[in-house]
Ligand binder design. Structure first.
Ligand code: ATP
Length: 370
């Protein structure tokens, strides 16, 4: 049983740089919270602060409602799994897993029982006599996890544990981590810059930006209702399309001069950003009528990426520098250089103000999300 409570947690490095600006976050017992954000946003700093490897300069960290700010790493009952595994090369798998327990004076029979049970859990039983160099990347990663599991910690911290693995193995290990974490029922905080990994693993996702929490919620909540343009652009792959638009009465003027019926309640001339995900742009079958309150985006296809089930079309829209990306059905015949009419409806759109904040739905006469 473990809960984590971060209250106005701040980290200022000795050189005066503030890497964390007052983080508030509560992690429930047995929950897997994934911290995601671009390079340098403070993810590793946050994790290291939780582990006790970095001091906390203001605010409070509590485990099970007990303040642990000043506890040494070893006293926090937290285990950390790193991206570089940090295995001892001269020790066998067994000794790597047993090392921490030996150091803490755990009885030999108890160590044997715990290491064997964990090896079983991780399918490492046949590899216990091997050295790390005699293992594959995925097996090493499992040993690194095993070393954390045998300690039976209250909280697991993962710092980009899969970033050294190839794409296929990453997917496999991702599933394995998720399965193990749920089976063991441990509380876990997982850092990654890979948003697909973040979406698929998390019970709750925390998006960080420049040392602050931008938004926290379930992966689908962040996908469906990103609170800021930053979150909207970070969650989802390929990224959401952003179109600068201007309020014209009850309509929005698009970059190519088209107009979409969408009352925002804002003053005429207000400049907004309209966000639409590639999967929410559709095409019209030949001869079909445009749906009511929809607008056509007449684009030219610049690049096609066939992914099998889907095809990504990178298109050019008049008046916009960035390409508009549409995710089309893989069966859809489309060629580079052709014109493509994409349909934008009033549904599943996202509107952001000049500061990048989501426009509150109550300000819109039309519900701008589905
Ligand atoms: P990445 O995904 O690249 O690992 P991150 O989100 O984990 O990035 P951090 O490593 O936490 O980012 O770094 C956050 C900020 O703090 C960065 O601007 C970094 O330069 C700065 N920083 C990290 N360590 C120190 C330090 N010891 N002293 C001063 N500044 C530091």
């Amino acid at each position: 049983m473990a809960t984590l409570q971060l209250s106005a947690l701040e980290k200022r490095y000795p050189n005066g740089f503030t890497a964390l600006h007052g983080i508030d976050l509560a992690v429930e017992d047995g929950e897997l919270v994934v911290i995601v954000g671009p390079s340098g946003c403070g993810k590793s700093t946050l994790l290291r602060t939780l582990a006790g490897l970095e001091s906390i300069t203001a605010g409070e960290l509590a485990i099970n409602a007990r303040r642990v700010n000043d506890l040494e790493p070893a006293e926090r009952d937290i285990a950390m799994v790193f991206q570089n595994y940090a295995l001892y090369p001269h020790m066998s798998v067994y000794d790597n897993m047993a090392y921490g327990l030996k150091n803490r004076g755990v009885a030999k029979a108890d160590i044997r029982r715990r290491v064997n049970a964990t090896a079983e859990l991780l399918d490492l039983g046949a590899l216990l006599d091997r050295r790390p160099r005699q293992l594959s990347g995925g097996q090493r990663q499992r040993v690194a996890m095993g070393r954390a599991i045998v300690r039976e910690p209250q909280v697991f911290l993962f710092d980009e544990p899969l970033s050294n693995l190839d794409a296929k193995l990453r997917v496999q290990m991702r599933l394995e981590i998720r399965r193990l974490q749920k089976r063991l029922g441990v509380t876990a905080v997982y850092v990654t810059h890979d948003q697909t990994e973040a979406m698929t693993l998390a019970d709750r996702l925390v998006v960080m930006n420049a040392g602050r929490v931008e938004q926290c919620g379930t992966p689908m909540a962040l996908y469906d209702r990103p609170a800021t343009r930053f979150v909207a652009g970070f969650i989802g792959s390929p990224a959401m399309n952003f179109l600068p638009v201007t309020v014209r009465g009850e309509r929005l003027e698009l970059p190519d001069g088209g107009e979409l019926d969408l009352a925002t309640g804002l003053d005429d001339g207000a400049e907004l950003t309209l966000g639409v995900r590639p999967e929410h742009l559709t095409t019209l079958p030949d001869g079909a009528a445009m749906p009511a309150s929809a607008v056509a985006l007449d684009t030219r296809v610049e690049l096609i990426e066939p992914l099998g089930a889907d095809t990504l079309a990178y298109t050019r829209l008049a008046g916009l520098d960035e390409p508009v990306v549409a995710r089309l059905d893989g069966e859809h015949a489309v060629a580079e250089g052709q014109t493509l009419r994409l349909v934008l409806t009033g549904e599943r759109l996202h509107l952001f103000d000049a500061e990048g904040q989501r426009l509150a739905e109550r300000r819109c006469a039309v519900d701008v999300v589905s």
